[in-house]
Design a protein around this ligand. Structure first.
Ligand code: DGL
Length: 272
C-alpha cells in the first residue's frame, strides 16, 4: 500500500519519533503535522487535548494516510484510547511500545516514568505496565522544564544538569533499573539523564520503540510501500505541515530530526 504514513505531535518534538520511522521505514512517504500554534499540549486538560488530537487526525486523513502515529506522549496518554477506534485506519500512540519495552528490560521490576504533567497525571504508562505485570513497581515523575530546555537547545549546559539532578533525585532514591523517557523531547537530553541516573539504569526511548511497532504492524498487515522491494531502496517523500509560522519549527527541526527540513507548509488547523 503506497499511501503515506501520518505522524503528528504538538510541535517539533515528534520529529524524534519521525527520525526513527525514517530509519526503519526509509521507503515510506510521510506526512508530518506539528501543532506549533497550540503547543504545548503537556499542561492542558483532557478535553482540549482530545479536541486537538481529533483535529490533527482529520488533517492527516485528508492526505490519504494509511496509518497514523501519534508521536505526542501527552496526546497518546490522555486522548488516543478514547478516539482511535472511531477511525478506519490503524492509529498507534507511543505509550504502549515504551511500556512493553520497559517490562522486557527491567530485572528488578522497578520502572521509572518521566513525562509532561498530562502524561504523568494520566497514569497511562503505569496502567499498561500493571495490566501486563501487576507486580512491577512504577514510579512516575513530571519533568516539565525538560521540554523548553530541549527546545531552546540547552542540551548539555550546566543549568540543565542542575535541573536534571534536582528532578531525578527522587528517581535515584527508589532504586529503579529502567527509566522510560515518556516525552518527545527527552531523547535530546539522553546524555544528561544518563549521567544523572548512572550506568545501572537503562533508558527507554518511546519513539524508538514506536517506530519498531509501526514497522511490525505495517509488515503484518501487508501495508509496506512496494518500493521496499527495490534495490537500492528509494527514499520516500517527507512533507511537513505546521499550524503557525514555520520559522521556529524549521530552525529547531534539525536538532530533533538529525537533519534540516525544507518545504514546511502552514495550515489552519481550526477548521478540522
Ligand atoms: N510532545 C509533548 C509530549 O510528548 C511534549 C510537548 C508538549 O507539552 O506539547 O508529551
Amino acid at each position: 500500500m503506497n499511501n503515506p504514513i501520518g505522524i503528528f505531535d504538538s510541535g517539533v518534538g515528534g520529529l524524534t519519533v519521525a527520525r526513527e520511522v525514517f530509519k526503519l521505514l526509509p521507503q515510506e512517504d510521510v506526512v508530518y503535522f506539528g501543532d506549533v500554534g497550540r503547543y504545548p499540549y503537556g499542561g492542558r486538560s483532557k478535553d482540549i487535548i482530545t479536541k486537538f488530537t481529533n483535529q490533527d487526525i482529520l488533517f492527516l486523513l485528508e492526505h490519504k494516510v494509511k496509518f497514523i502515529i501519534c508521536a505526542c506522549n501527552s496526546a497518546s496518554s490522555v486522548a488516543l484510547d478514547d478516539i482511535s477506534g472511531n477511525y478506519e485506519i490503524p492509529i498507534i500512540g507511543v505509550i504502549k511500545p515504551g511500556a512493553i519495552a520497559a517490562i522486557e528490560k527491567t530485572r528488578n521490576d522497578r520502572i521509572g516514568v518521566i513525562g509532561t504533567v498530562a502524561t504523568i497525571n494520566s497514569n497511562a504508562y503505569a496502567r499498561i505496565i500493571h495490566k501486563e505485570r501487576p507486580d512491577i513497581k512504577v514510579f512516575s515523575l513530571a519533568c516539565p522544564l525538560f521540554v523548553p530546555l530541549a527546545e531552546e537547545g540547552y542540551i548539555e549546559k550546566k543549568a540543565t544538569y542542575l535541573i536534571a539532578q534536582d528532578y531525578l533525585q527522587t528517581m535515584r532514591d527508589v532504586n529503579i533499573d529502567t527509566l522510560i523517557l515518556g516525552c518527545t523531547h527527552y531523547p535530546l537530553l539522553k546524555n544528561v539523564i544518563e549521567d544523572v541516573m548512572g550506568d545501572s539504569v537503562t533508558l527507554i526511548d518511546s519513539g524508538e520503540e514506536t517506530a519498531r511497532e509501526a514497522y511490525k504492524i505495517l509488515m503484518e498487515k501487508s501495508m509496506i510501500n512496494s518500493a521496499a522491494s527495490q534495490q537500492p531502496v528509494p527514499e520516500g517523500e517527507h512533507k511537513f505541515f505546521v499550524s503557525d509560522v514555520p520559522e521556529k519549527f524549521t530552525q529547531v527541526a534539525s536538532r530533533f530530526l538529525g537533519r534540516p527540513v525544507d518545504r514546511v507548509t502552514r495550515v489552519d488547523i481550526s477548521g478540522y
